[in-house]
Design a protein around this ligand. Structure first.
Ligand code: PMP
Length: 448
């Protein structure tokens, strides 16, 4: 009997005994290609020697200090690496241990900014349906994940509401072009500001490329410029959650670079430490820091493991490897190959409704009927079936999905490490396609 609790009480995952590059080996000797880097985390693959050495060195010098007394040597260097060049006006970095903690820190900083600038009525955060910002209560409240939220709705912090995501595959009308759809979404956001009261909104939060709930869904051109304009006009902060899509994953270091806007607060996590250590963080615009410095000078927030020296040493090494080996450019190159191969191999597949993504961040929306876009019935659990079938063939892909207006979208996500070779990408796409076919063949036949 196992005494270990995992999210799914009935699931017993394999025991991983070794991992290097893109390959993970389990106790029974099986080897699997890590096609999704776990949950879009392992951006350098496994056991990268530079990162291992940095961790070893840090552990042997200072394992842990509390930021009330000291900071470890790599912490300042990591902040300098990320915001020393002040990308988009982001000047400061704060480090925590996960994406959810980063979102909590961002929300609390937004509230504190409102207080320090004499706007105590600003307490409301607007998020989007089908956005996921984490499982802690504040982050779950800000997100619109309609699968994970409902059981906890009564205990979520109250001051949040949600607008539609940018989801052209299902929500762009046939009688509107991209510009008209973007305008409709902007109107909806404006109307939500008016409903709440523009002087009560402290922030709008969104993922530039939605990961866990909508399967690698980028926004249409102009969407984030419209959002930025609305936030600015009403004095609300724009928080961009790049926990999953950030730090090179989409082919630019920050996903927002492709939108022509910068956030006031950016949340980062998965690609920050690449899974070598648990770490997340926020990058903050200079004007927010200046306002707080002119006021209390305190971020009234903190964690025992904030700016953990070993986690920061690992993240610093990961970020240096990404820079030194030009891996963001590599993501763009391999990403084009992945896109082309997926579209060639699965573009006409009867159960693949949409293939979308950016860089090395791609997902397929699985449907029962490609013509009508009819999703699989919720009880089928198609994304889970594809995950298992693909895993049996030797590829780990990540099943994601959520419910929207009663429609369930089944997605499977690929997020290969940035070090993937041309041959790796070909192998991943072949195994993915074969796994989808296996899962379709194993579907229960409809009863007559
Ligand atoms: N934000 C986004 C966009 C995410 O994808 C996730 C995790 N999937 C989180 C926040 C939460 O991060 P964590 O699981 O590290 O708490």
């Amino acid at each position: 009997m196992s005494r270990l609790l995992l999210r799914n009480f009935r699931e017993r995952p394999d025991v991983a005994v070794s991992a290097s590059g893109l390959r993970i080996r389990s106790a029974d000797g099986r080897e699997v290609i890590d096609g999704s880097g776990g949950a879009a985390v392992a951006c350098l693959g496994h056991a990268h020697p530079v990162v291992l050495e940095a961790i070893r060195k840090q552990i042997e010098t200072v394992c842990y200090v509390h930021t009330g007394f000291y900071v470890g040597e790599p912490v300042e260097a990591l902040a300098e690496q990320l915001v020393g060049h002040e990308p988009g006006g982001l000047t400061h970095a704060y480090f925590v241990s996960s994406g959810s903690e980063g979102v909590e820190a961002a929300l609390k900083l937004a509230r504190q900014y409102a207080l320090e600038t004499g706007q105590p009525r600003r307490e409301h955060v607007i998020g989007r349906r089908q956005s996921y910002h984490g499982n802690t209560l504040g982050a779950l409240g800000a997100g619109g994940n309609q699968v994970r939220r409902p059981p906890y709705a009564p205990i979520l912090p109250g001051a949040s509401s949600h607008v539609s995501p940018c989801y052209p595959y299902r929500e762009q009308r046939t009688d509107e072009d991209a510009a008209a759809y973007v305008q409709r979404l902007a109107n909806e956001l404006e109307a939500e500001f008016q409903r709440v009261g523009p002087d009560r909104v402290m922030a709008f939060i969104a993922e530039p490329v939605v990961g866990a709930t909508l399967g690698c869904q980028p926004a249409l051109p102009g969407y984030f410029r419209a959002v930025r304009e609305i936030c600015d006009r009403h004095g609300a902060l724009l928080i961009l959650d790049e926990v999953m899509c950030g730090l090179g994953r989409t082919g630019t270091l920050h996903a927002w670079e492709q939108e022509g806007v910068a956030p006031d607060i950016q949340v980062i996590a998965k690609g920050l430490g690449g899974g070598y250590q648990p770490i997340g963080g926020i990058l903050v615009a200079g004007r927010i820091i200046a306002a707080i410095e002119a006021g209390s000078g305190l971020h009234r927030h903190g964690h025992t493991y904030a700016a953990h020296p070993v986690a920061c040493a690992a993240a610093l090494a990961v970020q240096q490897v990404i820079r030194d080996e030009n891996l963001v450019e590599q993501v763009a190159i391999r990403g084009r190959q992945l896109e082309q191969a997926l579209k060639r191999r699965l573009g006409q597949h009867p159960h693949v409704g949409d293939i979308r993504g950016r860089g090395l961040f791609w997902a397929m929306e699985l449907v029962e009927d490609r013509e009508t876009k009819r999703p699989f019935a919720p009880g089928i659990g198609m994304n889970g079936r594809v995950k298992l079938a693909t895993f049996a063939r030797g590829l780990a892909c990540y099943p994601v999905g959520g419910t929207i207006d009663g429609v369930r979208g089944d997605h499977v996500l690929l997020a290969p490490p940035y070090i993937a070779t041309e041959a790796d990408i070909e192998a991943i796409v072949e195994l993915m396609a074969a796994g989808i076919d296996d899962a379709v063949r194993a579907l229960p036949r409809p009863s007559k």
